[in-house]
Design a protein around this ligand. Sequence first.
Ligand SMILES: Nc1ncnc2c1ncn2[C@@H]1O[C@H](COP(=O)(O)OP(=O)(O)OP(=O)(O)O)[C@@H](O)[C@H]1O
Ligand SMILES: O=P(O)(O)OC[C@H]1O[C@H](OP(=O)(O)OP(=O)(O)O)[C@H](O)[C@@H]1O
Length: 209
Amino acid sequence: MITIALPKGRLAQQTVELLKRASLVDIDISEESRKLIIEDTQNSLRFLMVKPFDVPTYVEYGVADVGVVGKDVLLEMNKRVYELLDLKIGKCFVALAGPKGISEALLKKPDKTIATKFPNIAKEYFENVRGEDVKIIKLNGSVELAPILGLSDMIVDIVESGRTLKENGLEVYEKLYDISARLIANRASLKLKTQIDDIINRLERMIEE
Ligand SMILES: Nc1ncnc2c1ncn2[C@@H]1O[C@H](COP(=O)(O)OP(=O)(O)OP(=O)(O)O)[C@@H](O)[C@H]1O
Ligand SMILES: O=P(O)(O)OC[C@H]1O[C@H](OP(=O)(O)OP(=O)(O)O)[C@H](O)[C@@H]1O
């Protein structure tokens, strides 16, 4: 039995559709269901519906053999897991962003304050790429509010269509990382290598560039 940690939220439907296209799922994992453990005995699979940020933890501890998680979460959390495959779904990017029209002045400002859901990504970028020490304010959502309300100078956050930035008078200052969902595996689960290889092979055939 292979246990797969699936991300709840915006990635869930795209992931289930890909698993169905790859004939890995015969059962319905509908968004309405509140079940957190879904057995597919016919394919000897068990699905865990977990918060995206928790997927690497379930896989790292071996509670799940494989998982689907956004590259942003892997960059932020640095968990001891294998990254096996880019599933090419959930495409977006992590950006440095701030108020429209004043990026040049703000980027020259010393002692910047950065609001973000990704403190490690932000800290590493400013230290390693810009050689700057910055103050990080951790937020868990609606991060765009911070520069509008004076809580921070700028933000490091996910951008998909750019609509949230645009509708709030913000713009991308720097694109940091392209993001998509990745298939990850527990380092010890390679005892299941044959089944995991089969999952990879089936998914690879269905992944759309
Ligand atoms: N517009 C977007 N906003 C956030 N994540 C996105 C977006 N587009 C694609 N993604 C990808 O989807 C993954 C899951 O996003 P989702 O918003 O469902 O999770 P989350 O932000 O952890 O949930 P929550 O909003 O409940 O905290 C992200 O880790 C990212 O890789
Ligand atoms: O470029 P866009 O298409 O506008 O998408 C980017 C927005 O989507 C997410 O917001 P969401 O409300 O989903 O999550 P949050 O609670 O983390 O802000 C993300 O945090 C950005 O705010």
